[in-house]
Design a protein around this ligand. Sequence first.
Ligand SMILES: Cc1ncc(COP(=O)(O)O)c(C=O)c1O
Length: 342
Amino acid sequence: MSSLATFELLKWTTSQAENATLILSGSAPPSLSIKDLVGLSSDQATTSHNLSLDSLSLSLGRIQGSEGLRKAIAALYDDTVTLENVLTTIGATGANALVFQGLLKQGDHVISLYPSYTQLISLPKAITGAEVSLWKPDIDGDVNSSIHSLENLVRPTTKMIVLNNPNNPTGTMLSPQLQHEILKLVHSHDIIIVVDEIFRPLYHDPNTHLPPSFVELSDQSSRVVVTGSLSKAWGLAGVRTGWITTKNTDLFTELEKFKTYTVNSTSLIDEVIATEALSHRCRPHILSKHLGLAQQNLDLLQISSMSILNFVGGSGRARVLLHLCSFQLMVAPSTMWTFVGD
Ligand SMILES: Cc1ncc(COP(=O)(O)O)c(C=O)c1O
């Protein structure tokens, strides 16, 4: 592996957090406790019982993840996705790392959406030792010109396209039309597409039709891999449960093999908590709490935008340009996202 760039965003946020009174740079709702999970459940007795770990036998879990958890994760997608398509991981960080380490090799060319979460650009670059081309689609503009600019970046050695949808840091989403065109392009060039969908399904604009997950738009022959986790929409980053979802059995087998060598199974304790959080007892209530918070924060942001922020809202997305940071208000500077001059 070539030298790995410093993860500036995480280094900066952890070093600044203790001096800040108000933290505006986070991208997740406040973390839930076990007590919160029980409180949110529609059947508190069952949730409380399922979360009491006294008699949990601390054996090594299954390599793919427990059946109950994989089933609960599959239920986050439409019914074309089944538990056989799901592999559990240590957070989305672990999911993305597994995908890059398991599917890329020295010299492969990778195209990453830009701007994007640092890991999605820096890790492929370190693994392949090659340039990562940055794709900058015009989200609000013409689909054909965005696709054209993506196609122009494709080389004979292009192995993978990496997207983050919805996007961190811009909050933008690719339109269903753009999603379809990207899938056509990767299919015709036999390229693997990896989409970090960690913010799904936290869509808070009632006027926007929920966009499909890329894995829902794929079939067995597609080389589509989606990653996700409990850290954002579900407010459970400390449970360290993430996942990889793909319908492609060759890719699944490769990733499962890599997981066996690198982590074996994920923590059984984490899996028990994650399974209950995604159960029908808890899942809708967690989501509605977090959608409510997102909407409330959006309203607050609009009200306060005059004084400290230049806020540009739009249908189904919130693009926030933070111009000024006053006193102990913690926002993260754009340089932390490996911005390259725009
Ligand atoms: C796009 C994206 N992917 C992955 C992660 C890491 O998630 P996890 O806590 O599940 O490892 C983050 C965290 O901010 C993120 O924004």
